[in-house]
Design a binder for this molecule. Sequence first.
Ligand SMILES: Nc1ncnc2c1ncn2[C@@H]1O[C@H](COP(=O)(O)OP(=O)(O)OP(=O)(O)O)[C@@H](O)[C@H]1O
Ligand SMILES: [Mg+2]
Length: 158
Amino acid sequence: MNDNFENEMKLEFISKATNEAFARITVAAFVSQLDLNIEELADIKTAVSEAVTNCIIHGYENKQGIVKIVGKIKQNEIILEISDTGKGIENIDMAKEPLYTTKPNLERSGMGFTIMESFMDNVKVESIVDLGTKVTMTKKIKPKIEEEKQEFQLITED
Ligand SMILES: Nc1ncnc2c1ncn2[C@@H]1O[C@H](COP(=O)(O)OP(=O)(O)OP(=O)(O)O)[C@@H](O)[C@H]1O
Ligand SMILES: [Mg+2]
């Protein structure tokens, strides 16, 4: 892997539920230039899916708006900013609590932020009521050569 590798992309799409898959697949394609394993890729796709769904369902409440994704790669770290200019979150700490949801009638389980936090290294939520919400998530990708070396050591240590 190139240690000085840096890249950036921006993606904007309207808040239609069908665009959740588009966003997830497009981010997966962007991050795949790093040497990810299947688990790391699945984690990122799930986190993107949760954040984009939140913009569509909560931010815009299914009215039309723009969801924006900025993706950055800095060496072995992936940084994803997913934002909307929708209704915003009144109490961010409460929203991040497991099982907290403002839409219990829509089959929401209130686990979106908890899932993002468990699958990514860091999740920052910024929001202003009536202005919108931005979620910034980061994940460090393990150098694969090292991983292979560790596995090799484990095998040969016995
Ligand atoms: N982009 C957003 N704009 C406005 N409110 C949001 C946004 N994202 C999250 N919220 C608020 O935070 C709450 C918690 O979000 P979270 O994703 O954890 O659960 P959920 O979306 O309600 O349920 P689940 O993700 O399990 O389907 C939401 O119910 C909503 O009130
Ligand atoms: Mg959610």
